[in-house]
Design a protein around this ligand. Structure first.
Ligand SMILES: Cc1ncc(COP(=O)(O)O)c(C=O)c1O
Length: 201
């Protein structure tokens, strides 16, 4: 049995319509931007594995550093523990971030990073004793698969079955050079229509 056939026995794939596209391409090797499938066919990974692989697949520096780290300290819960790689990465990131940033909160994927951002915004007002519940988001965005991230994304076939359970979000058009003043008035109208609105422009 090929990997492609075995895959269909037990696996669901994310963001995939299995009924109309049952087959998944079985990749056995990757180097730089080239992927090789189980039959030896080569493909250019032009989307950099959903833009997570911008330094190339099996990058020698990254694989050697990951391998040596795994042999020294593989994992530690991050709540009450810390470690030098995280400290060093935060120090390096702070150097390239705008001056008003001085703390990093690490997450392990894009969706939960968006959840953390949403929770920080909610907690900011909770701590001020001003509970707020409405978000403003750009139309046609995609921020991930978790409930908060789906809520602040644009409407999509992926979210359809879950829409009744999403957070309260007002969607506004993405600003561009030609439409910036229209966008600004739509943003202010949207803010004023929310039940959380505390100001009038
Ligand atoms: C802008 C943006 N935010 C969040 C995500 C979700 O990331 P993840 O798939 O790691 O949960 C994506 C994924 O494509 C994205 O493009």
């Amino acid at each position: 049995m090929t990997l492609q056939e075995r895959d269909k026995n037990h696996l669901w794939h994310p963001l995939k319509q299995h009924q109309t596209h049952p087959e998944s391409l079985a990749i056995v090797k990757a180097k730089g931007c080239i992927l090789t499938d189980e039959k030896g066919n080569e493909y250019i990974d032009a989307i950099s594995s959903w833009y997570t692989c911008m330094f190339g697949h099996c990058n020698e520096y990254i694989t050697s550093r990951v391998s040596s780290q795994m042999q020294t300290l593989d994992q530690i819960m991050f709540s009450d523990f810390t470690h030098e790689p995280a400290i060093k990465l935060s120090e390096n990131l702070i150097k390239i971030l705008p001056n008003n940033q001085n703390r990093i909160f690490f997450n392990d994927n894009g969706s939960t990073a968006v959840e953390a951002g949403i929770k920080m915004a909610l907690q900011y007002y909770f701590n001020l004793d001003e509970k707020r519940s409405t978000f403003i988001a750009f139309e046609n965005g995609f921020h991930g698969d978790t409930f908060g991230a789906m809520s602040v994304s644009g409407l999509s076939v992926y979210n359809g079955p879950f829409e009744d359970f999403l957070m309260d979000v007002k969607r506004i058009p993405v600003p561009n050079e030609r439409k910036s003043s229209r966008n600004f008035s739509e943003v202010t109208k949207s803010i004023q229509k929310t039940k959380d609105c505390r100001f009038h422009l």
